[in-house]
Design a protein around this ligand. Structure first.
Ligand code: FAD
Length: 637
């Protein structure tokens, strides 16, 4: 039975109640305790900096050369906070409600409320660090809207919000590194979790420059390793983003929850050819002013600007009049796919829809639109050679964000004691669909404000444990498994690169566990994934040696883990006989094609336990109990 450890009391008092009653470690004892943080993004860097500031001994690991290059750097559009600067009716409850409704009532009330409750603090923290959020004429911070909400609560720094916020967190991190409280391990990849007597006690990492395999011990380990949307190969994520840290934890006993709840972002550049390894995101912020449309006739070959108004179908405005172009991502992405599948796609490959700023430029002027989105427009023009001031952008859905991840309780602790997960690596706050600009928020509140408190409640019982020795047999066992796997990669001498397998896996997932799914399709997906995995272990080719920078070894390890995770995703999607949020099972839809939830049978989070490779994983259910909101049909019409 899963214990989500939700504190007693009304929703608005739960976090305060928790903080009043949890154990804390006194300042003198903190120096006796070691913590490992995997990841330096907007969850990991704040966590490591805050834990260092508190006085713990912290080690932070990340595979990039600089902590500033964690993938949070790519976030463009903004971060939500219910400060109500606009006086447009926003408040903590509305933020909470929008989020829980946006997730199609498949997230835990208490966590989602805490996300909204702590949101205002994040903005204050970032401003104090010097993050240059956009401001109104009078100096007040500016806000815009993101999908699935009717107020303006998104704070932004042009189209570089993630980068600017990461620089703030990085400064805090560097300060702690300078003070000696945090030790930084760049170009290191965690390849195994070490558990002793059921508790997380360390990791095995590979130095990506020398190939050396290292043992590191700690009293607690924090996964801040980001999301796994890159499993689809073509996605908005960086090439290096991966699932391996989470997957190692899963195979050591941590549960993975909501694994098939993957968000496809509707506002990306369409695939242009077979040799592409990444898709580029154009921020959702653009949908504040851009109007989405396709020609009414699929055989229309005219240029966009030559198609008259009455022959355009502004399908989001038509189908969802109250939210229009700001309908949430799952709905907007599915609607775009519907149009493309119906043969109304635009562009050379007929795989895109238009995002048009003609009316916005007419209403507000080119200068104002450039103020709002100038850098995004420039980026679009650089990539496509087309000028979005003069003709509509062409956009298409792409894999983007993983709502699923390591199952955590209210304390952000996994089912392995001492192993915590923060940011996109956990499944926590977004249910079956994440609202735009809530993710930088979640990463930040997890790292700055929640984990530093909750980890103390665990560590308070470990102040007498003493230093954990890396000579313990559990470290040797974990290290041996890492070394053996690398040896296996290097000696297989097959014919096919890891990248080629990744590409094939992405295609299978897109076709069978993608924007829409079916019972039959997911079963087929499981079969194809297994076949591909068998092939991988027979025919993989990894060039080079271990004792050097070798991206082929890195890729092989990540793809090997993806090939296992993909099967779990297919199981998860196969098992859930309902549609909710981003999980759209074609058998379960309303007459007008909307997701049809089944609250009677599926009002729970599916948390899966590893049961051996190729074996059916074991399902644990966390029942979702709604005390303050009543789950309703999620409508944006
Ligand atoms: C293009 C793009 C735009 C986005 N825009 C927005 C936005 O405007 N607003 C919003 O709210 N959200 C946005 N998101 C989502 C948001 O950016 C992410 O969810 C969030 O930044 C994740 O932060 P994180 O700390 O969990 O992970 P990341 O920032 O991805 O960091 C992961 C860290 O883990 C490390 N790591 C991973 N595996 C290992 C390993 N095995 N060993 C060692 N280190 C490891 C990496 O080196 C890295 O440091 C966007 C996402 C993308 C892809």
């Amino acid at each position: 039975m899963l214990n989500s450890k939700i504190p007693a009391g009304p929703l608005k008092d739960k976090w305060s109640n928790y903080q009043h009653t949890c154990k804390i470690v006194n300042p003198a004892n903190k120096k006796k305790l070691d913590i490992i943080v995997i990841g330096s993004g907007l969850s990991g860097a704040p966590a490591a900096a805050s834990l260092g500031e508190l006085g713990y001994n912290v080690k932070i690991f990340y595979f990039q050369d600089s902590a500033r290059r964690a993938h949070s750097v790519a976030a463009q559009g903004g971060i939500n906070a219910s400060k109500n600067y606009q006086n447009d009716g926003d408040n903590v409850f509305r933020h909470f409600y929008d989020t829980i409704k946006g997730g199609d009532f498949r997230s835990r009330e208490a966590n989602t409320y805490r996300l909204a409750e702590l949101s205002a603090k994040v903005i204050d923290q970032a401003v104090a660090q010097g993050v240059p959020f956009a401001r109104e004429y009078g100096g007040v911070l500016a806000n815009r809207s993101f999908g699935g909400v009717q107020v303006k609560r998104t704070f932004y720094a042009q189209g570089q919000t993630g980068q600017q916020m990461l620089l703030g967190a990085y400064s805090a991190l560097m300060r702690q590194i300078g003070l000696g409280n945090v030790k930084s391990y760049n170009r290191h990849e965690m390849l195994e979790l070490v558990t002793i007597d059921g508790h997380a006690r360390g990791i095995i990492a590979r130095n990506l420059v020398t190939g050396e395999i290292e043992r590191h011990s700690a009293h607690a380990v924090v996964m801040a390793s980001g999301g796994y949307g890159k499993i689809y190969y073509l996605s908005t994520l960086a090439i290096g983003s991966n699932a391996s840290a989470q997957w190692k934890a899963y195979k050591k006993g941590a549960l993975m929850a909501g694994v098939s709840w993957i968000q496809f972002h509707p506002t990306c550049l369409p695939q242009s050819g077979d040799y592409q390894s990444k898709l580029t995101l154009m921020s959702e912020a653009l949908r504040n002013d851009g109007r989405v449309w396709v020609p009414k006739s699929g055989s229309d070959t005219r240029k966009a600007n030559d198609i008259p108004e009455e022959e355009r179908d502004y399908y989001l405005e038509r189908k969802y009049p109250s939210f229009g172009n700001l309908a949430p991502r799952d709905i907007s992405s599915r609607s775009a796919k519907e149009q493309i599948d119906a043969g109304k796609g635009v562009g050379g490959n007929k795989n895109a829809v238009y995002l048009d700023f003609r009316d916005a430029i007419k209403n507000y002027g080119k200068k104002e639109i450039a103020n709002r989105y100038g850098n995004l427009f420039r980026m679009y023009e650089k990539i496509t050679g087309l000028n979005p001031y003069n003709e509509p952008m062409m956009i298409s859905p792409a894999a983007h964000f993983t709502m699923g991840g390591l199952w955590v309780d209210y304390e952000l602790q996994t089912t392995i004691p001492g192993l915590f997960a923060v940011g996109e690596a956990n499944f926590s706050d977004h249910g079956a669909n994440r609202l735009g600009a809530n993710s930088l928020l979640q990463a930040s509140v997890d790292g700055y404000f929640i984990l530093p408190v909750t980890i103390g409640n665990y560590l308070a019982d470990h102040i007498k444990t003493g230093k954990i020795s890396t000579d313990h047999p559990a470290f040797k066992e974990a290290e041996d498994s890492v070394v053996n796997r690398i040896d296996q990669f290097l000696t297989m001498n097959g014919t096919t690169s890891a990248e080629a397998y990744h590409k094939r896996l992405g295609k299978i997932l897109f076709d069978y566990v993608g924007l829409d799914r079916s019972k039959e399709g997911t079963a087929k997906g499981i079969e194809l994934i297994r076949e591909l995995r068998d092939d991988f272990w027979k025919n993989l080719k990894v060039t080079g040696t271990n004792e050097e920078v070798n991206s082929e070894i890195e890729k092989a390890g990540r793809v090997a883990d993806y090939l296992e995770l993909a099967e779990l995703m297919a199981y998860d999607a196969h098992d859930r006989d309902e549609s909710c949020g981003a999980h759209f099972r074609v058998e379960f839809q309303t007459e007008d094609g909307e997701a049809l939830r089944n609250d009677k049978d599926f009002m729970y989070v599916s948390a899966w336990e590893f049961n051996g490779l190729g074996q059916e994983p074991k399902l644990h259910k966390e029942d979702l109990v709604f005390e303050e909101v009543k789950p309703s049909v999620r409508s944006y019409k």
